[in-house]
Every structure is written in structure tokens, then in C-alpha cells.
Design a protein around this ligand. Structure first.
Ligand code: AMP
Ligand code: MG
Length: 493
């Protein structure tokens, strides 16, 4: 008598059950020599999976996309999208599959998704593959974002396929297993429009149940749903801005309805503060530059609003008026989230009318002197503790900082709080370790050449970004002079 092995995951696939018309059933391609490069044990446990089972050859074959686990219903999801402003009616998972969904140990429904598992009906000219470097990049940056408390999709695993993929050079191929609250995107709604209002409504009902259930109780559920998406994106983008994160490719197919960050392609963290910072080699016009991210998010949300109009009101003018009012609230919501976060970065607990100007003047000074954004905020807590030398050392002309710091100290003193507690609170929000671009690149290069140690060390450091640890000084340093000027990231790899 044989005892049936416990399934790897307890799947329950609501997307496939509820959203016919928004996917194509599909299978991954076999990987010639699958080998596990990285497994996220904590996340596996959160999903109710046994990490040891995922490390077995059968487990690795599932993570490579070449075996379908019990209970999975793999599909390529359909979506459209505006890419750099131009509408593409049919994008979809060209090299990815939704394996299925699991309800995790906290009761949250999570997608399991494979990226790099082979061509699908949406592949167009693409090869359906992914390379080791970019998949490990998604792993390390996503985990860093998660550790910073920023809503994000996460990586469960990266498996090397044993096959070379053709890019500018031959690179080792890989498959990433991504975990997300869902993969429903603004672009999914844009695609659903072709099915008419009933399909959009089915998608909206699915998204409401999964991500914004309170909207179902509202007087106008679809308007409340739109408002919830607007609010979660306003909050998300503010969180990015607080840590100097630049997504790099904020196309509508890369914006989730859940409010999670998705698709770590040409993303990067800014070193010296400059609102015009762009890293992506394909973003020639700077459309997705650091400072543009809030307005791009709002632009994308306008595209979402267009898909929902028929659900909002039978009268088109009334539907447009209702959607516009919510859309216009984006800026106020964003500004509120942003300023609240900037206050905590500066150690301020109360909200005062002069705070906006205090922050704006600081940012102008940081920009003028090309000060490292992360180091600046982290070193400010030492100044609260009585040692201004570290923050001073970041300015070529410290007098400008001193003038600003005088105002900041007065503002802090007006709250009459204990300096030690203020400094500690600041260290609780201003990271010391972020995925520095030069360190990420070095780790990925080593991994591509077969040495995973720098990648593993980096993942480990970034898992606790707020906690200063001896021996990790190099991880807190900005890139060597000249690196940032040359640095650019690539998309679609
Ligand atoms: P991304 O830039 O990763 O958000 O991808 C945009 C679109 O291009 C999506 O439809 C992807 O599935 C598709 N895509 C990107 N790379 C490939 C590839 N190598 N093969 C097939 N489709 C791809
Ligand atoms: Mg994408």
C-alpha cells in the first residue's frame, strides 16, 4: 500500500473559476537541468508549503515550470496595457503562468506565478524565457521592499533551467516563482473591456472580493472600489518616494489593483537626491523618472477609470463626473501620505502647516549638493543624539544644511519629546541598508558566473534594513564615484 504524498500546495483557484475569457490554459516548458538557486523558506512556510519538499527533484521541477503540481490549473493571464503611453490591446503573460492560488496561514489568498517558463499564446516575438540575473534581481529587490514594509509581490524561488537564453550574449536561463495578492492589473481591466460590461463587472467583483471587500458594502460599490484602488496606489507611490525607489516601467500592465509593487525590471534606488533620476535605458524621455511617479500613477488610474465607466452610472456624463472626482482626489491623498511619511523621517510627530516648506527646502539643499538620500536621513538620528558630524560630512557646503537644521531643531524642540526616543523612532523608519545598485549588480554578476554567496549575503543584509550591524559598513555606502552616472538598467530581460 502506498501512502499518497502531501500535495506541495493546497490550491484553490478562484481566478480560473470566475474569470473565463481572461486567460488561456497553458503548460510550462521542460527545463533540461533544473537546479534550485534560491528558496524563500519563510515565505514557503507562510504559504503552508514544506520547504524540504520544494527542495526535492519533484519540488524543483514544479518551481521550474516543467511539472504541474496536484491542484494547479496553470494559465497564461490576458491583459492589455499602455506602454510608455501607447496602448497595446493584447499583452498578457508572454513568458509567465499563473499556477494557482493558495490561502496562506494568515488566511490571505496568494497567487503562485512562474516567470520565464516558456512561450505562451501571448508571447508575440518573445522567447518566453528569463535569465538568472534579472530573476535574482526581482528576488532581492522584492525582498528588500518587503523588509522595508512596502507592499510588494515576493519571490518564493529562483530555479536555473540549465538552458542558455539568447540576449545580447548567451545567459543562463531561470524561472522565478512569484507570490502576489493577485496579478490583476490595470491592464487586466483594459483587456476585459473587449468582453463588454458583463466581463468588466465579473473582474471588478473578483477584485473587490480579493482586495477591497469593504467596497461591496458601499452605496456605490464600483465607485468605492475605484476609490480604494486610487487610495492604495497613492499610499504605495508615497512609500516608494520615501525610500528613493524608482520603479522604472510604470506601464498600466505593471500596476496592480491590490496596491502591491509588481515587476522589478529596470527598477533601482536613487543614491544622490535628484528628482529627475532615471535608470532605465529604454526610458528616453524620463517618463518614469523619480519625481514623475505620482503623476504617472494618476495617469494610469485614469485609464482604469475609463474601463469602469459603464459600471458607475448608466448616464455617461454622470459616470465621468463621479470617476473624475475620485481621480482628482489622488493628488491630495498622495500629498497627505507623502508628507506624513516625510515627517516621520524627520522625527516629527505632530502635523504643522509649515512642515511642507521645511521638507521642500531640505530637498532643494540635498539636490543642490547631490547628497545621498538614504545616508542623509539615516545620519540625521545621530544629530538628534548630539553628533552632527556624520550628517555634516555628507555636504560639500554644510552651511546650507546648518541653516536648515536650525529650523528643524526648533521645530523638533516645539514638540518637547525625548531626543533619545525621537532618534530611535527615526532609525525605525530610515533604512541604513537598501539594495545599492553597485552591490546588486556585483551580486548578480557573481551569481551568473556560478557564485551565489554575494547574492545570499545581500538578501540576508536587506532582510533587516533598519538594524545597524557591525561589519556591514560597506552595505551602507553609496556607489563609488562615477558609478551612478554610468548606471543603467534594462527592461524585458
Ligand atoms: P514586462 O516589461 O516584463 O512588464 O513585460 C511586458 C510584456 O512583454 C508582457 O506581456 C510580457 O509577458 C512580455 N514579455 C517580456 N519578455 C518576454 C519574453 N522574453 N518572451 C515573451 N514575452 C515577453
Ligand atoms: Mg510586466
Amino acid at each position: 500500500m502506498s501512502i499518497a504524498a502531501r500535495p506541495l500546495f493546497a490550491f484553490d483557484n478562484s481566478y480560473v473559476r470566475e474569470l473565463e475569457g481572461l486567460y488561456e490554459p497553458w503548460q510550462g516548458e521542460p527545463a533540461p537541468a533544473a537546479r534550485l538557486l534560491a528558496l524563500n523558506d519563510d515565505l514557503a512556510a507562510e504559504l503552508g508549503a514544506d520547504p524540504a519538499a520544494l527542495r526535492t527533484p519533484d519540488g524543483v521541477a514544479v518551481l521550474a515550470g516543467s511539472a504541474t503540481p496536484d491542484g494547479a490549473t496553470p494559465v497564461a493571464q490576458a491583459y492589455a496595457g499602455h506602454q510608455f503611453g501607447g496602448f497595446r490591446p493584447r499583452l498578457g503573460d508572454g513568458r509567465a503562468l499563473l499556477l494557482g492560488e493558495v490561502v496562506d496561514v494568515h488566511g490571505r489568498r496568494r497567487d503562485l506565478h512562474l516567470k520565464g517558463s516558456g512561450r505562451t499564446p501571448f508571447a508575440r516575438g518573445g522567447d518566453g524565457k528569463a535569465a538568472v540575473g534579472p530573476m535574482l534581481r526581482e528576488y532581492v529587490v522584492g525582498e528588500a521592499m518587503h523588509a522595508l514594509g512596502i507592499p510588494t509581490t515576493r519571490a518564493l524561488a529562483v530555479v536555473a533551467t540549465g538552458e542558455d537564453v539568447v540576449r545580447e550574449t548567451l545567459l543562463p536561463g531561470a524561472v522565478l516563482t512569484r507570490v502576489a495578492a493577485s496579478h490583476v492589473r490595470v491592464g487586466t481591466f483594459q483587456y476585459a473591456v473587449r468582453g463588454g460590461p458583463p466581463l468588466v463587472q465579473r473582474l471588478a467583483d473578483h477584485a473587490i472580493a480579493r482586495h477591497h471587500p469593504q467596497a461591496a458594502e458601499a452605496e456605490h460599490p464600483y465607485l468605492a472600489f475605484f476609490e480604494a484602488v486610487v487610495d492604495s496606489q497613492a499610499s504605495l507611490v508615497a512609500r516608494w518616494m520615501h525610500v528613493g525607489f524608482i520603479h522604472g516601467v510604470m506601464n498600466t500592465d505593471n500596476m496592480t489593483i491590490s496596491g502591491e509593487t509588481i515587476d522589478y525590471g529596470p527598477c533601482a534606488f536613487m543614491d544622490a537626491y535628484d528628482p529627475a533620476t532615471v535608470f532605465s535605458s529604454i526610458d528616453h524621455g524620463g517618463r518614469y523618472a523619480y519625481a514623475n511617479q505620482p503623476s504617472v500613477a494618476q495617469w494610469n488610474l485614469a485609464r482604469l477609470a475609463e474601463t469602469l465607466l459603464a459600471l458607475l452610472d448608466a448616464e455617461p456624463d454622470a459616470a465621468i463626473a463621479a470617476a473624475s472626482a475620485v481621480l482628482e482626489s489622488f493628488r491630495e491623498r498622495y500629498d497627505r501620505y507623502w508628507l506624513a511619511g516625510m515627517r516621520t523621517k524627520l522625527g516629527l510627530a505632530d502635523a504643522r502647516p509649515e512642515d511642507g516648506e521645511l521638507v521642500a527646502d531640505l530637498l532643494l539643499t540635498l539636490q543642490a549638493q547631490r547628497v545621498d538620500f538614504t545616508s542623509f536621513f539615516r545620519s540625521l538620528s545621530a544629530a538628534v543624539r548630539g553628533d552632527a558630524a556624520p550628517v555634516h560630512a555628507l555636504f560639500s557646503e554644510p552651511a546650507a544644511f546648518d541653516a536648515w537644521a536650525q529650523r528643524w531643531r526648533e521645530r523638533l524642540a516645539s514638540e518637547a519629546s525625548d531626543p533619545a526616543a525621537v532618534a530611535e523612532a527615526m532609525d525605525g523608519v530610515n533604512p541604513i541598508y537598501i539594495p545599492r545598485n553597485h552591490l546588486v549588480e556585483a551580486a548578480l554578476e557573481a551569481a551568473t558566473d556560478g557564485d551565489l554567496a554575494p547574492f545570499e549575503r545581500l538578501v540576508d543584509v536587506l532582510a533587516r534594513p533598519l538594524e545597524e550591524r557591525p561589519g556591514l559598513e560597506a552595505y551602507a555606502e553609496p556607489a563609488p564615484a562615477g558609478f551612478a552616472d554610468e548606471y543603467c538598467t534594462f527592461c524585458g530581460t
